[in-house]
Every structure is written in structure tokens, then in C-alpha cells.
Design a protein around this ligand. Structure first.
Ligand code: COA
Ligand code: MG
Length: 328
């Protein structure tokens, strides 16, 4: 390990994050009763321009009145390039009470974006004598955000998690797709085929791989949690599962749900599978026995395990313990 130590900044369970437009107060109670780990009340792109002020009022009221249970509650504010951003922060901080856990800042492009919001939030916290320290989450959803990701990740000690916004990212880089996440048949590789060049196969690629790899690595390097973003086709459960499984394997801890039916899918995929947990516990037991015999490496079911396996297995077991603690 490096002499520089990185402590994880957040210990929230974050498998599913259900988005609820602030302009749809009829959804609030349903969201509160859902199985989502996190609820995100939205003031940004899911709210029409003419509804923004009312949506802010709805959210302030809901933060005070709705029984949200043990869920993490976040609000996505409007971006720094709008005239609404400051008002969102001030009204949430001055009128939203102590229930709000985190605010989500969209379209962050440079570290100074988050620094500016931190200044505003800190002044509100001091002014209102708020007891609970507010956390931040940012959406990486532009070419600038990806290029400046390490600077952004280091820009505020309130920051807990990095999220990927596929649609805005695609728009910002000129990707030829109008889907929100998902795959694309034109992003593919043609195999050489047999010796005569026949029977060539088309293998679809993961067009989000580069961005996701950048996010997971920048997040972990700064003690932050990587979270996958939206999958727009909420009638395609298999497509959602497939994309979520890919990012879960990569190290992402959860995914947005833009419809309640995606919540159980995300909870399922980002819960480590039972056989993985059993294997992780077996590794820890086997390494404990090996250590007692003075051995640093051992075999389990014909495969090498060592101190690195202990670190891998410990992460899986700790995640499962956290999930079991939440579900009682
Ligand atoms: N939160 C809580 N409940 C919701 C919900 C949400 N985001 N979306 C739908 N529901 C409820 C509906 O009220 C309905 O409840 P009922 O069975 O008691 O009547 C049920 O779930 C089924 O809803 P459905 O009719 O399939 O959806 P819809 O057509 O009303 O709405 C969307 C579809 C996509 C517009 C809606 O889910 C939505 O606004 N999602 C969030 C979008 C968002 O925030 N995007 C920003 C991030 S990308
Ligand atoms: Mg966006």
C-alpha cells in the first residue's frame, strides 16, 4: 500500500437511487414506501422550466413532512450555469430542516464548481446552526467532467460519491445516440471470420467502458463511492440487469432507478450473490487457518489465495453485513 492512506468517505448503502421529480408530489409517499436505499428529489432536468419554483416548494415541504424512514435523502439542484442554483441551495438549507442528507450537483466540470457550492452550503450551515453536516454527490456527465475528474474528486471534503450521467455525457461529446444509457449495435467489432473470411461475427462493445473505468478509479483513489447512472428504457429489465451487472463487477455500488420497477432490479444486482459471499467467507476462513500455520499463501478449491484475496473477500463480506444490518 502507498504511505498515503485513503479512507472511504461514505458508509451509506447505495444499491438503488430512485429519482422523483420535485414537480410530482403525488410520487413522494410512494417513493418513501419503496425499497430504494436512496431517494433523489429532482429540481433539475426532470422538472419543466415553468414548474421549478413550485417543485422547490414541494421538496422543502416533503423534507419536513414525509416520513422517509432510514433512507438516504438527496436533492438534485440546478446547475451552476443557471440562475436557480443559489436559490435551490439557500431554500433547502434554510427551510428544509435536518432531514436532507446530501445534495447532488449536476454537470460539474471543474473542481471550482464544487468549491463554490461548498462555500454557499457552509455559510448556510453556520447561519442556520444546522447540526448534520451535508454531503455532496456529483454527476460526471460532460467531456470536461471526465477530463477534470481527479480535480473534481479532490475539490470538497463533503463529496461522497461520483455518478455517471450517460445522456448529458453523450450530448457533450457528440456521441451518435439518443438513448439514456444502454448499448448500441453500431458500437461493435467485426471478427475476421474463418480462413476464407466467411462467417464473420459482430460483437457488440460496451460504449461506456472508458468513462466508467475513469469514474470507478478516480472515485476509489479519493475515497469516494462510484454509482452508475440511469437506464432510460424502463421496460427493458434484461437490458437494465445486464448494464448494472457490468458496472457492479467493475466496482460500482449502485445505480439510479428512473422508475420504481428498476428499484428491486438494482437492489438484486448490487447485493453480492450468495455464492460470492460464501466463497468470500471461505477465503477468510482458509487464510485464517493458513496464518495459524505461518503460511502467507494457500489454496482453496485448487486456486491460489493470499493477502490480496483477503482484501477482496473482506470487501464483499463487509457489504453483505451492511445489507443484512439494514434489512434487520
Ligand atoms: N417515484 C415514485 N413513484 C413513481 C415514480 C417515481 N419516480 N414513477 C412512477 N411512479 C408510480 C406511479 O405513480 C404509479 O403508481 P400507481 O400504480 O400507484 O398509480 C406507478 O409508479 C407506475 O407508474 P407508471 O404509470 O408506470 O409511470 P408514469 O408513466 O406515471 O411515469 C416516468 C413514468 C418515467 C415519467 C416517471 O417514472 C418519472 O418521472 N421518473 C423519474 C424521472 C426522473 O426523475 N428523471 C431524472 C433522472 S434521469
Ligand atoms: Mg444530466
Amino acid at each position: 500500500m502507498s504511505f498515503t492512506r485513503i479512507e472511504p468517505r461514505m458508509d451509506r448503502l447505495y444499491r438503488s437511487k430512485l429519482f422523483v421529480p420535485g414537480s410530482r408530489p403525488d410520487f413522494f409517499e410512494k417513493a418513501a414506501k419503496s425499497a430504494a436505499d436512496v431517494i433523489c428529489l429532482d429540481l433539475e432536468d426532470a422538472v419543466a422550466d415553468g414548474d421549478k419554483d413550485q417543485a422547490r416548494k414541494n421538496i422543502v415541504e416533503a423534507l419536513n413532512d414525509v416520513e422517509w424512514g432510514n433512507k438516504t435523502i438527496t436533492v438534485r439542484i440546478n446547475g451552476l450555469d443557471t440562475h436557480r442554483c443559489y436559490r435551490d441551495v439557500i431554500d433547502l438549507m434554510e427551510q428544509g430542516g435536518e432531514r436532507l442528507d446530501v445534495i447532488m450537483v449536476p454537470k460539474v466540470g471543474v473542481g471550482a464548481d464544487l468549491y463554490a457550492i461548498d462555500m454557499l452550503v457552509s455559510q448556510c450551515e453556520w447561519g442556520t446552526k444546522r447540526k448534520k453536516r451535508l454531503g455532496f454527490e456529483v454527476i460526471i456527465e460532460s467531456a470536461m467532467g471526465i477530463e477534470n475528474i481527479n480535480e473534481i474528486a479532490a475539490s470538497s471534503t463533503r463529496l461522497e460519491s461520483l455518478h455517471f450521467g450517460a445522456a448529458d455525457y453523450a450530448a457533450s461529446t457528440g456521441m451518435r445516440t439518443t438513448n439514456i444509457g444502454g448499448s448500441n449495435s453500431n458500437y461493435a467489432v467485426l471478427t475476421d471470420g474463418d480462413k476464407d473470411g466467411n462467417n464473420r461475427e459482430t460483437h457488440w462493445g460496451d460504449m461506456w467502458h472508458y468513462q466508467m473505468a475513469r469514474i470507478v478509479s478516480a472515485a476509489r483513489a479519493h475515497g469516494l463511492t462510484p454509482i452508475d447512472g440511469p437506464f432510460g428504457n424502463f421496460n427493458d429489465d434484461d437490458g437494465f440487469r445486464n448494464q448494472a451487472m457490468r458496472t457492479a463487477v467493475q466496482g460500482f455500488e449502485g445505480k439510479w432507478a428512473i422508475h420504481p420497477k428498476q428499484v428491486p432490479l438494482a437492489n438484486e444486482i448490487y447485493t453480492p450473490p450468495a455464492e460470492e459471499v460464501t466463497r468470500a467467507r471461505d477465503i477468510l476462513n482458509a487464510m485464517r487457518e493458513a496464518e495459524e500455520k505461518g503460511l502467507g499463501a494457500a489454496t482453496l478449491e485448487g486456486m491460489l489465495i493470499d493477502a490480496a484475496s483477503v482484501r477482496q473477500a473482506s470487501g464483499i463480506v463487509a457489504k453483505m453485513d451492511q445489507i443484512e444490518a439494514k434489512s434487520g
